[in-house]
Design a protein around this ligand. Sequence first.
Ligand SMILES: [Zn+2]
Length: 352
Amino acid sequence: MLDNSKFSSRTQVTKDERKIIAGYEININSIGVAQKILQRELHIPLTNDKELMKKKVSAIIESSIFFEKLRINKLVRNALKVIIVTFSLIRAESAFSQTQLDSIIDKRDDTKLSQKKSTSEINRSLITESEYIVPEKVMIAFGEIVDPGMIGTPAGGYFKRNFLDSQGKQDLFYKKLVYFGYIQKDVERFKSYFQDGNIVFSENELEKEHFSDILVHERLHKGIDNLSKKDKKVLNEARNFILNDFRQKEIQWSNDTDSLFVLLQEGKISQQEYEIKSKEVVLKTNPILLDTEGTTSGLIPVLRNNEEFYTYLMMNKFQSQVIDYVKNNFPNSYKIFEELKNKIQYQIQKKK
Ligand SMILES: [Zn+2]
């Protein structure tokens, strides 16, 4: 899904930015914001080495310097952690999430080069009607125009509507592509891809082992979008109930976890004690929705954008109690979800 975000450079993390990272502001690319904060406040250069980047950022997040410098609360801290830990997942989650860390221009040996080629070929064969692959530079040009706040290279996504929705944007797209050497006919063709419910990916995504994961993810968004009004309503009943349950219980536990955080900052409890105790506080309220770790930190993308509920359910990012709950309490929602999921997974299996 595509989000637009524009940010001026500031020297402090603002209240709004905190809210965004914590997942309480929808329609804004919180991942981009988080990364900008990391870059701006902590001067962490974005490297192409994803593993190194993860280690660096995790170390900083764990250290007390991080808290002091950003004066952040635990919600933000968890959000940042999740961003780093589930980087690949988040990439699949947003149309223009950050792939910069992933696009490693590494020194592959010849064996790996041929292997890379075959992965790319296999992945390309999965592409079907209304799905397109564009050169990386075309995807970047598009991303720069419709999502100027973006850091990194966009992977692609599901394009429900035309994001080049003004003459100015279209002219700019044209100008950029002509600069790359494309003729008008090519520009028109590329332009026609990024709309009408098409799914478009950057060519370099094909080289990735997990390409089929991001493909099924975007196909599910599309599948849900194409449901009849009635089916969509039925499907969303389960989602809304579970998310409401979570938000209500979150209010119950937030005071308790905040006071634990104060104790941690004052050095009265250790980091480990803090983590154990906060988890206990959350579990006591018994929310239906928990991530596979039994915590809430893996839920940020879903809380940020409820359209990610079923995509995350499909990717098994929740505890099994979530799917059981849907199945037992919302059988009609479950049926629609299962049908969509099976259809999408069958499409992939058939081609593999
Ligand atoms: Zn998504």
